[in-house]
Design a protein around this ligand. Structure first.
Ligand SMILES: Nc1ncnc2c1ncn2[C@@H]1O[C@H](COP(=O)(O)OP(=O)(O)OP(=O)(O)O)[C@@H](O)[C@H]1O
Ligand SMILES: [Mg+2]
Length: 212
């Protein structure tokens, strides 16, 4: 069984067609790149995969090993979609600790080492409202992978990162793949896509067209 399967998915907003009879299978252990113009539907696709929004028609089937019991919602997914919410007058570490409390399966030390992996200083006392754009993005990346999630759904993970940080995060994602994790990402930077993805699909004619 595929990790994620989309069957005859249709999605439109107020007369704007995004997907029509979309069929697609994502297999475990690969890095997939989804590319397409602004407004072509990448973020909408990711939201549908994560169960945040429903397709108008069709089905999105997640392997039962990656679902909460008797639920269609994915489990063990690390997700970045749109701007993540955070509490401005708490530090990055405090924000991540709050998120980690939901599942309560990692230690403070795990969180700190995740932060260090992306070049953040866990013990800095700066509040998140004073973080730079790239630092906020790094917190978003941390929340997606800090609990050792098996599947990463990353909508523009490299946004606002400096050149060295891009390299660091690319290496991190390639290491995750070696561990057997599955990653689906978008990027407007072709180099990210080239460097990382086993398979690349472009949104075209309301479907996903195989380009690699
Ligand atoms: N809740 C909504 N209500 C109405 N229209 C929406 C809604 N969500 C998304 N859309 C529309 O769907 C289209 C696709 O949006 P989406 O955010 O998926 O684009 P994208 O491919 O991620 O673009 P970008 O590259 O700029 O991030 C856009 O025209 C957007 O306005
Ligand atoms: Mg988008």
């Amino acid at each position: 069984m595929s990790l994620i399967e989309l069957k005859n998915v249709n999605k439109s907003y107020k007369g704007l067609t995004l997907f029509e009879e979309l069929n697609m299978k994502f297999e475990k252990g690969k890095i997939y790149g989804i590319i397409g113009h602004n407004g072509s539907g990448k973020s909408v696709l990711f939201k549908m995969i994560c169960g945040f929004i429903e397709p108008d028609n069709g089905e999105i089937i997640i392997d039962s090993n990656y679902r909460f019991k008797n639920s269609k919602f994915p489990n063990d997914f690390g997700i970045i979609i749109d701007k993540p919410g955070y509490i401005g007058n708490k530090t990055g570490l405090e924000n991540l600790k709050l998120l980690a409390q939901i599942q309560n399966k990692i230690t403070d030390q795990d969180i700190k080492s995740s932060m260090e992996k992306v070049g953040l200083q866990p013990n800095a006392t700066q509040k998140m409202k004073n973080y730079s754009l790239g630092m906020k993005q790094k917190i978003a990346i941390c929340q997606a992978f800090m609990e050792n999630q098996e599947v990463l759904i990353l909508d523009e993970p490299f946004n606002a990162l400096d050149i060295d940080s891009v390299q660091t995060v690319r290496k991190l994602l390639l290491d995750f793949k070696k561990e057997g994790k599955t990653i689906i990402l978008t990027s407007h930077n072709n180099e990210d896509i080239e460097a990382l993805c086993d398979e690349v699909f472009r949104i075209r004619n309301y479907k996903l067209e195989d380009v690699k």
